[in-house]
Design a protein around this ligand. Structure first.
Ligand SMILES: Nc1nc2c(ncn2[C@@H]2O[C@H](COP(=O)(O)OP(=O)(O)OP(=O)(O)O)[C@@H](O)[C@H]2O)c(=O)[nH]1
Length: 325
């Protein structure tokens, strides 16, 4: 039975806006209120639903998973739930659970259609309720996309240097190699490794090591074209994908970068200058090359540069470029 308080709530419920609820309730004496205990589920995706439930007292929580700790919505008296699944005759997409003891008024499908035929304001109100629900859901989707975007940006950026991360390189590489081969442009990878970096850490401490990595990253960024795609590959290793650049041009770029790093020591907080050098391996991508193949080739060239005494550039598949050091 509907009590006086229930009629007051129904009178303020969006679904009943403009409906004279007392007269309406007196014509429908078959309406039965259902009580729920806190924690009890009203709707879940495993069971079809045939009712719209109007909450008369207490609070309902809408959860996307049964184990979710944070509800996506909290329903207060006057709100309704179950509308979409009642209309499309499919199981609900979320769990609706009583957060406290609740009283709800179920209106089954047949009853709802009859009520709407009797008073068109109910149909209009139901459309309004659905429109608000769609808007709230869109808002939720947008927030979740923004969050995903933020997480992706975090994963794609190396926190220490601000350069792109290895995950980013792995993500963009197949598209870049595909694009380069389709437009017939060469693509070359540089692997840039700071020489004797362990000594920097050992002699000056890890925080200065971090400063040195930022310094080198800044020089890598400043000395490549903005179209070139530089990343911190890990530790003291950086990579740069040089677009529209063949091996010859890449060697020149690498050599210029190497020189620039050699002649730009890091100013330490104590006023000392810390000289840094890098060794660089270069390798040009074949059409359909995988990142692993290209990295392995650039890494072999880098190894040669280290073996040859460091602070130099070597290219894969070529006679060593011997430049005066
Ligand atoms: N400060 C700092 N050090 C790092 C970071 N990542 C890696 N390292 C250090 O980088 C050093 C790399 O040392 P090695 O791989 O032995 O190479 P290296 O001393 O540069 O010698 P070569 O490459 O042969 O010239 C290790 O001591 C790592 O601890 C970092 O984020 N910050």
């Amino acid at each position: 039975m509907l009590e006086e308080d229930d009629l007051v709530i129904l009178g303020s419920a969006p679904l009943f806006e403009g409906v004279e609820v007392r007269g309406w309730a007196s014509r429908h004496t078959d309406l039965r209120v259902v009580t729920l205990q806190g924690g009890q589920a009203l709707l879940d995706p495993l069971h079809a639903n045939e009712h719209i439930y109007v909450l008369l007292s207490g609070e309902l929580e809408v959860l996307l998973r049964p184990t979710s700790e944070t509800p996506v919505a909290r329903l207060t008296p006057g709100s309704c739930t179950g509308d979409i699944s009642m209309i499309d005759d499919k199981p609900p997409t979320a769990y609706v659970v009583a957060a406290s003891d609740c009283r709800v008024l179920p209106l089954n499908r047949a009853k709802m259609w009859a009520l709407m035929a009797e008073d068109h304001r109910l149909a209009y109100n139901l459309l309004q309720v659905l429109a608000q629900r769609m808007r709230a859901n869109n808002e939720l989707i947008l927030q979740s996309l923004e969050l995903q975007e933020r997480y992706r940006a975090q994963a794609e950026t190396d926190a220490l240097t601000g350069l792109h991360s290895r995950a980013w390189l792995e993500d963009i590489f197949p598209r870049q190699v595909d694009l380069s081969s389709r437009i017939g442009q060469p693509l070359t990878l540089l692997m840039i490794d700071v020489d004797h970096f362990k000594r920097v850490n050992d002699l000056h401490g890890h925080p200065i090591g971090d400063l040195a990595l930022r310094h080198v990253a800044g020089l890598v960024r400043a000395n490549l074209r903005s179209a070139d795609l530089s990343a911190r590959y890990g530790g003291e290793e950086f990579t740069a994908l040089l677009v529209a650049t063949d091996l010859e041009q890449a060697i020149n770029t690498a050599e210029r970068l190497r020189e620039r790093i050699q002649e730009t020591p890091l100013h330490l907080p104590n006023g000392q200058l810390l000289p840094l050098t890098v060794s660089i391996g270069a390798a040009q991508a074949r059409a359909n090359a995988t990142l692993a193949e290209l990295l392995a080739a650039a890494d072999r060239a880098l190894y040669q540069a280290k073996q040859a005494g460091r602070n130099r550039v070597r290219a894969a598949g070529r006679t060593p470029v011997v430049l005066p050091q």
